[in-house]
Design a protein around this ligand. Structure first.
Ligand code: ACO
Length: 325
C-alpha cells in the first residue's frame, strides 16, 4: 500500500499586543519616521500586526501553536516522532528552536531541527516532513513556522518596518493510506541574496555588520509574482491537476498586491484566496500555517478541500505544496 502524509490538525498563536497602522504610525512619528494608515493599506493591504513582548521568543509562540495543532489532531505530544521549525528569527544561534520547543512540550528523543528558508520556510519544512513520512522513517510530525520579525526590523526605515509582524502556525502531519500531500515544488537562487537580507553575523562574540532587515521592495515584488506563478503551475503539473481543481489558494502573506497578481495569473477568482495579511502583516515562515489555521477554524477550509500553499522569500527561495486537506 502506498504511504502518504496528511495534515490532521492545525494550530496557531499570535502574541496579544496588536498594533493598527495608525498606532504604529504614531509610535514611528515619535522617532521622526513618517507613514500613514492610508499609505500602508494602499501599497500592502496590511491594517494591523502583532508584536511579541521583549521576553517572548519564537519558541514560545511555536509551543502554543504546536499545542493547539496537537489538540486539533487529537494527538499527544508524546506521540510526535519529528519536529521541524521553520524560522529566521531563532531564540539563539544554536540550539535550534525545534529542540527548545521539544523540551517545552515535555518530550525527548525524536529528531528536531530548524529549516531556514525565510518566508518559504514552512513550504520547505512541510516538504521535508512529507518525504520523511513517505520514506517510513517517521509517522507523526509537528511542522511549525514561528517568527519574531519585530526583533530584526529597522524602525527608522519606513519602507520595511511597516510590513512585518510576529506569530506562529503549526500542523500535525501524519502517515496515511490516502493522499494528503499531492505534490511539492521547491527552488532557490542565491544570486538574489542582496535584495532581501539581514546582513549581520556573530564574530568574536560581536555582531558584525547590521543585524536588521534590508530589502529592495520593488525588486522583491517583481521577482515574487513570477516565481509564485511558476511554482504553483509546477506543483499542479506534478499532481496532474489544473488551477480549476484548487479550492483555496493559501499564499505567503507578504503583500496583498503580490498575492492578487499571482492568483490572477493562475486565472483563479480572488474569492478563492485566503487573506490574513491585513490582520497579521508579513509573519515570514509563520504566515502560511497561520493563514491555514485561521481558515480552518473559520470554517472556510473543509476536510477534502484541495489547497495550494505557496511561498517566496529571502535567498531567494520559493516553492509550493499542493494538498488534499
Ligand atoms: N509610508 C509612507 N511612505 C512610504 C513608506 C511608508 N511606510 N515606505 C515608502 N514610502 C514612500 C517612498 O519613500 C517613496 O517616496 P518618494 O516617491 O517620495 O521617493 C514612495 O513611498 C514610493 O515608494 P516605493 O518603494 O516605490 O513604493 P512601492 O509602491 O514599491 O511599495 C513596497 C513599497 C510596499 C515595499 C513594495 O515594493 C512591496 O510590497 N514590495 C514587496 C516586498 C515584500 O512584500 N516583501 C516582503 C518580504 S519578502 C517576502 O516575504 C516575499
Amino acid at each position: 500500500m502506498t504511504r502518504y502524509s496528511r495534515i490532521t490538525g492545525t494550530g496557531s498563536y499570535l502574541p496579544p499586543r496588536r498594533l493598527t497602522n495608525a498606532e504604529l504610525a504614531a509610535e514611528l512619528a515619535l522617532r521622526g519616521v513618517e507613514t500613514s494608515d492610508e499609505w500602508i493599506v494602499e501599497r500592502t493591504g496590511i491594517r494591523a500586526r502583532h508584536f511579541a513582548a521583549p521576553d517572548v521568543s519564537s519558541s514560545d509562540l511555536a509551543t502554543v501553536a504546536a499545542r493547539n495543532a496537537l489538540e486539533a489532531a487529537g494527538v499527544q505530544a508524546s506521540e510526535i516522532d519529528l519536529i521541524i521549525v521553520a524560522t529566521s528569527t531563532p531564540d539563539m544561534v544554536f540550539p535550534s528552536v525545534a529542540c527548545i520547543v521539544q523540551n517545552k512540550l515535555g518530550i525527548a528523543g525524536c529528531p528536531a531541527f530548524d529549516v531556514q528558508a525565510v518566508c518559504s520556510g514552512f513550504i520547505y519544512a512541510l516538504t521535508i516532513a512529507d518525504a520523511m513520512i513517505k520514506s517510513g522513517s517517521v509517522s507523526r510530525a509537528l511542522v511549525i513556522g514561528a517568527e519574531v520579525f519585530s526583533r530584526i526590523l529597522d524602525f527608522s526605515d519606513r519602507t520595511t518596518c511597516v510590513l512585518f509582524g510576529d506569530g506562529a502556525g503549526a500542523v500535525v502531519l501524519e502517515a496515511s493510506d490516502t493522499p494528503g500531500i499531492l505534490a511539492s515544488d521547491l527552488h532557490a537562487d542565491g544570486k538574489y541574496v542582496g535584495i532581501l537580507c539581514v546582513p549581520g553575523h556573530v564574530m568574536g562574540g560581536q555582531v558584525l555588520g547590521s543585524p536588521l532587515l534590508t530589502m529592495d521592495g520593488q525588486a522583491v515584488f517583481k521577482l515574487a509574482v513570477g516565481m509564485l506563478e511558476g511554482t504553483a503551475r509546477a506543483a499542479l503539473t506534478k499532481a496532474n491537476l489544473t488551477a480549476a481543481d484548487i479550492d483555496w489558494m493559501i499564499p505567503h502573506q507578504a503583500n496583498l498586491r503580490i498575492m492578487q497578481s499571482t492568483t490572477r495569473k493562475l486565472k483563479m477568482p480572488l474569492e478563492k484566496m485566503i487573506v490574513t495579511v491585513d490582520q497579521h502583516g508579513n509573519t515570514s515562515a509563520a504566515s502560511i500555517p497561520l493563514a491555514l489555521d485561521v481558515s480552518v477554524r473559520s470554517g472556510k477550509v473543509k476536510k477534502g478541500d484541495t489547497l495550494m500553499l505557496e511561498g517566496v522569500g529571502g535567498g531567494f527561495t520559493w516553492g509550493a505544496v499542493l494538498l488534499n486537506y
